[in-house]
Design a protein around this ligand. Structure first.
Ligand SMILES: NC(=O)c1ccc[n+]([C@@H]2O[C@H](COP(=O)([O-])OP(=O)(O)OC[C@H]3O[C@@H](n4cnc5c(N)ncnc54)[C@H](O)[C@@H]3O)[C@@H](O)[C@H]2O)c1
Length: 361
């Protein structure tokens, strides 16, 4: 099996998870790493025996013998390295969410199409047995025609702080950071319907006024510039309506669960950041002249690192075999369309705004 040689761009928190996962994936190797903070790149290189260290990813792209890069920079800094790497002929695995603005995300997808390189956004939940099973239930027609869904990604007091709360590095807050998991999971399960409008409210009151409490991820997140809470009503071209709820900070244990209603059956899912009653998949139907629930058994929740391994293995396999991206970037772009709609509608006082899917070819 040909070994795919990777360069990492960004050596912060999530780069460590990628390095660990890659070290356990056959036929994949990190051979170069770059970070504008040299000590971070050097420390990660020492920890994972990465031979080449750079402070400028342009140099890495020009000098290192690599097939692909993994982009692990903060969200608002995904487009520049991704586009540069694609144009340099490298395949790209880019951390989620795709980018901070819809325009930048669309440019990334356009560049992937123009260069014929793989662009895969690292949505690790696509590799979870729960999400794969739920998609299969819908694909087989079990739910009939879908007409309504709710998707939720919430934390009671889990503002990640750091580069996640600054407009210049993150762009958006909870709606993009964890909300993207709920949105992508819902869109994937529903077969990527095209969004046409969004009405939303957002807030960051709690982060900005939050007294330190035991149990919060960070003692002080009063510097939060992005939203820590958001709720949206999304309309799709095919008639489906969806409520999307997300929170880093709230005075509540849960915003509810993620579910899909169809003409023949309903489905609930719970997986990692995407909230359900618990981890699993349940289908609710009328059968045998009565009401039945089907509980998908044996869907062992996978730990984070296992999902990173599967994601990296799928990326390496696509690069090696010349397959399309395991996660279609045009499908991913729809999450950016909705997130942009959330921000635009919230800025317009919660009024419904039309959203448009940008052309990428
Ligand atoms: N998949 C997941 O489970 C998961 C979890 C956490 C974060 N993320 C995503 O990963 C991305 C990074 O998050 P993080 O927690 O690692 O952030 P971080 O702030 O810890 O690390 C980002 C790193 O990028 C570096 N950087 C910035 N500009 C650069 C440039 N031009 N060239 C090279 N390096 C540069 C910074 O110096 C920093 O070391 C975000 O988009 C985030 O949403 C994904």
């Amino acid at each position: 099996m040909r070994t795919i040689r990777l360069g990492l761009i960004g050596a912060g928190g999530i780069a460590q998870a990628h390095c660990r996962a890659v070290s356990e994936v056959e036929g994949l190797e990190v051979v170069a790493i770059s970070d504008i903070v040299p000590e971070r790149a050097e420390k990660t290189a020492a920890d994972f025996s990465i031979p080449a260290v750079y402070t400028d990813y342009n140099k890495m792209l020009a000098q290192a013998d690599i097939d692909a890069v993994t982009v692990c920079t903060p969200t608002a800094l995904h487009a520049a390295p991704t586009i540069t790497a694609l144009k340099a002929g490298k395949h790209v695995l880019c951390e989620k969410p795709m980018e901070a603005t819809l325009d930048s995300a669309a440019e990334m997808v356009r560049t992937a199409h123009a260069t014929g390189r793989i662009l895969m956004v690292a949505l690790k939940l696509r590799f979870s047995p729960q999400v794969i099973t739920a998609r299969r239930v819908v694909e087989e027609g079990t739910l009939g025609d879908l007409y309504y869904a709710e998707c939720v990604a919430d934390r009671r007091r889990g503002n990640p702080g750091g580069s996640f709360v600054r407009k210049d590095t993150a762009g958006f807050g909870a709606a993009a950071d964890i909300g993207v998991y709920a949105l992508d999971t819902a869109l994937y399960i529903m077969g990527h319907p095209k969004p046409v409008s969004v009405a939303a409210i957002t807030s960051n009151y709690l982060s900005k006024h939050n007294p330190a409490v035991l149990g919060a991820w960070n003692p002080d997140v009063t510097n939060t510039e992005v939203e820590d809470f958001g709720v949206a009503w999304v309309r799709f071209e095919n008639g489906i309506r969806m409520v999307f709820k997300t929170s880093w900070c709230m005075h509540l244990d849960s915003l509810g669960g993620t579910f899909f209603l169809g003409t023949k059956a309903g489905l609930r899912i719970g997986v990692s950041e995407v909230k359900g009653p618990e981890e699993g998949v349940w289908v609710y139907r009328d059968e045998f002249g009565t009401l039945t629930n089907t509980n998908a058994l044996f869907l062992r929740p996978l730990q984070g690192i296992e999902l990173f391994k599967r994601e990296n293995a799928a990326f390496a396999d696509a690069v090696r075999e010349g397959k399309p991206s395991p996660i279609d970037p045009d499908g991913m772009l729809l999450t950016n369309v909705i997130i942009q709609g959330v921000i635009d509608s919230a800025a317009a006082g919660g009024r419904e705004v039309e959203v448009t899917v940008p052309k990428t070819v």
